[in-house]
Design a protein. Structure first.
Length: 280
C-alpha cells in the first residue's frame, strides 16, 4: 500500500490573530516556525481551507504558510465593518503575527484586501506580493474589478438571505471556478458565509491605479486564461501598472492552486525565492 497522505487538519496548527477593532481572525499555519512567512488571503465567500494543497505540500515544508479566514468567513468572527480600514488593519495584524517581512498572496477578493492594506500602509512589512485571479478594484467601470460570466450570473441571487435562492447560485458560482470537479468544502465554505457578509463585500467602490503604481516590492500577477469569475483583463490591468511586475498565465480557471497545484506551486516558489533572496 502507498504512503498515506496527511490531511489538512493533521498538518496545520490552528491559532487566532486579533485584527481591526478586536476582531478574532482564525488562521491555519504550516511549515517551519523560522521559515520565511507567506500570508494567504482567500476570496469572497470562501475560507483559508482553499489553500489545502499548499499547506500540505512542498511549499509547507520550506515556508511558514499562514492561511487566514477573513473576517466574516470560515471560523473567524463576524463583525459589521468590511471597509478599507478594517481590511487594512487585519492585514497589518497578520504581518505583525508573521513577525518579519512577509510575502502576501491575495486570491480573488483577497487581492482587493491586499490593496486596502497598500492604500493605508504602503509596502511596509512586505517582502513581496502575489495576485492570483485577483481583483484590485471594485465597482462599475473599474478595469481592475472586471468580472467574468460566472460571477455576473451568480449575482444578485448569491447575496440573498433566502437559502432557497442563494444556495443554487452559490453552487453554480463555486462549480464555475473550474472545469473540473472541486472539493465539497469549497461549496460548504460559501454556504457558511452569512448573507450580510456576502452583501457587504460588494457594497463599496474603490479604484486602485495610484496604489498599484506605487508598489515597490517584487510582484507576481498570476491568472488563469479560462477564469470565468475574475476576467483575465483584470490581471493585465494590475500588471501594467505595478512597476516590474511579472505576469504569468496558466491554462486554467479561477483556482489554479487547486486545478494545477504543482504548476502553481512552481511559479509561486520561484517568486518566493526572488522575494526572500534564495534560489527557487
Amino acid at each position: 500500500m502507498g504512503e498515506q497522505v496527511p490531511t489538512l487538519d493533521e498538518v496545520v496548527r490552528r491559532d487566532d490573530v486579533i485584527g481591526t477593532s478586536g476582531v478574532r481572525l482564525a488562521v491555519r499555519v504550516a511549515g517551519p516556525a523560522d521559515g520565511p512567512p507567506v500570508i494567504l488571503l482567500h476570496g469572497w465567500a470562501q475560507s483559508g481551507r482553499v489553500w489545502a494543497n499548499q499547506l500540505t505540500g512542498p511549499l509547507g515544508g520550506a515556508y511558514r504558510l499562514i492561511a487566514v479566514d477573513l473576517r466574516g468567513h470560515g471560523d473567524s468572527a463576524v463583525p459589521d465593518d468590511y471597509g478599507t480600514d478594517a481590511w487594512a488593519g487585519d492585514v497589518r495584524a497578520l504581518l505583525a503575527y508573521a513577525d518579519r517581512p512577509a510575502v502576501v498572496v491575495g486570491w480573488s477578493y483577497g487581492g482587493l484586501v491586499l490593496i486596502d492594506y497598500l492604500r493605508r500602509y504602503g509596502t511596509a512589512g512586505l517582502a513581496g506580493l502575489v495576485l492570483v485571479g485577483a481583483i484590485t478594484e471594485i465597482g462599475r467601470g473599474h478595469a481592475g474589478g472586471r468580472v467574468g460570466p460566472v460571477m455576473r450570473a451568480a449575482l444578485p441571487a448569491a447575496l440573498s438571505d433566502d437559502p432557497a435562492v442563494a444556495r443554487p447560485a452559490l453552487l453554480d458560482f463555486v462549480t464555475g471556478m473550474s472545469a473540473q470537479p472541486l472539493p465539497d468544502d469549497l461549496v460548504d465554505a460559501s454556504l457558511r458565509v452569512p448573507a450580510s457578509v456576502r452583501t457587504a463585500l460588494f457594497a463599496r467602490q474603490a479604484a486602485a491605479a495610484e496604489v498599484l503604481a506605487a508598489v515597490d516590492v517584487p510582484t507576481l500577477v498570476l491568472h488563469g486564461r479560462q477564469d470565468a469569475i475574475v476576467h483575465p483583463s483584470a490581471a493585465s490591468y494590475a500588471a501594467g501598472l505595478i512597476p516590474d511586475a511579472t505576469l504569468t498565465w496558466l491554462d486554467t480557471g479561477h483556482v489554479p492552486f487547486v486545478d494545477h497545484a504543482a504548476e502553481f506551486d512552481t511559479a509561486l516558489a520561484g517568486h518566493l525565492g526572488r522575494c526572500f533572496g534564495r534560489s527557487a
